[in-house]
Design a protein around this ligand. Structure first.
Ligand code: PLP
Length: 336
């Protein structure tokens, strides 16, 4: 394969070549951003983690005194991070994303399906309201991935992914993505990324490129298995409630045909029973994170406290046989 010498030597005829310094990009990030941009239908930028992408998005696009309206059940770490940024003059309000976003904010932050409560906003209505009130909308689409939902097609301004999850898909790299509908917004973020150094390295990005090869197959299978397990869990006598939009959320059904690989359920007997379930599986690993080929299970109250029910167990469904996963869950529920 011939390589353009501009990609490997810093200066040609006195001009800097395209990849003259790693903070400005590298051939692997260019390829990853091309493919992610196609998937999301916009202009994608990669970051070293989903949280790094959140920091870059907020600091790159907002200023001191601006307010973010965050879905109150969005990923716990997002609210912790945005609260931390209040020291620099950012303001945060939280709202119920199943209703309209509040006025007098600059950025509305939605998360369908929310992690771990699996709520689903009416995207079109929320985006129209936010725009009418002068706010931009970012959709954290980590859980559904571009395979199941393309928020820019519904009018969102920005999409955020923790690529650590389904996009990489194998629990072996941290990465984040922001995709902007507007090329000028992407350029502004790219400029901020270059000066701030919140830059993804080529090695994890090559794991992302590997993950994208199987993304559709993985997500489709994980969603099918999750739906089957959610249906069976709903019938189990020790399970009080299953949260999964595929069990009849009419709003979600207007936007997606499949509902992803993440679900949660509440166990009869409270937090102690839930903890016994998470530590009694054999095939499913008791660990945090989601979106991997391997199924993971955990109670969330240990991280989030009273923000979530103590009896809530989150299950990220992997690629194992659904029958084997069900046998494992049945065995664990005997310890509830
Ligand atoms: N958004 C969602 C929905 C998440 O679940 C997570 C992590 O769990 C993040 C963002 C943050 O991503 P990262 O862990 O890659 O920083």
């Amino acid at each position: 394969m011939s390589v353009d010498r501009r990609t490997i030597w810093p200066y040609v005829d006195g001009d800097p070549a395209e990849y003259y310094y790693g903070r400005y990009g590298n051939p692997v990030s260019t390829e990853a951003e091309r493919r992610l941009g196609e998937l999301d239908g916009g202009h994608a930028l990669v970051f070293p983690s989903g949280s790094g992408a959140t920091v870059a998005l907020v600091l790159g696009l907002l200023g001191s005194g601006d307010t973010v309206a965050l879905a109150h059940d969005a990923y716990f770490g997002t609210s912790v991070l945005l609260r931390a940024l209040e020291r620099w003059g950012l303001r945060l309000v939280e709202f119920d994303q199943t209703g309209p976003p509040p006025p007098d904010v600059q950025l509305v932050w939605l998360e369908p399906c929310s992690n771990p409560l699996l709520s689903f906003p009416d995207l079109t209505a929320s985006i129209e309201t936010a725009h009418a009130q002068g706010a931009q909308v970012v959709v954290d689409s980590t859980v559904l991935t571009p395979v199941l939902l393309r928020p820019l097609d519904h009018g969102a301004d920005l999409v955020l992914h923790s690529a650590t999850k389904y996009l990489v898909g194998h629990d072996d790299a941290l990465l984040g993505v922001v995709t902007a509908a507007d090329p000028a917004t992407a350029e502004r973020l790219r400029g901020f990324r270059s000066v701030s150094g919140i830059v993804a390295a080529p090695d994890p990005l090559s794991l992302l490129l590997r993950g994208l090869e199987t993304l559709t197959l993985r997500v489709e299978r994980q969603a099918a298995s999750a739906l089957e397990l959610a249906r069976r869990l709903r019938e189990h006598p020790r399970v009080e409630r299953v949260r999964y939009p595929g069990l009849g959320d009419p709003v979600a059904a207007r936007y997606v045909e499949a509902f992803g690989g993440l679900l949660s359920f509440e166990v009869e007997g409270g937090p102690d029973a839930a903890r016994r379930v998470e530590t009694s599986t054999r095939l499913i690993t008791n660990a945090t994170s989601l979106g991997s080929v391997n199924s993971l299970i955990e109670t969330r109250a240990r991280w989030e406290g009273e923000r979530v029910p103590g009896s809530l167990v989150r299950l990220s469904v992997g690629l194992e046989s659904p029958e084997e996963l069900w046998r494992d869950l049945l065995g664990a529920l005997e310890h509830a």
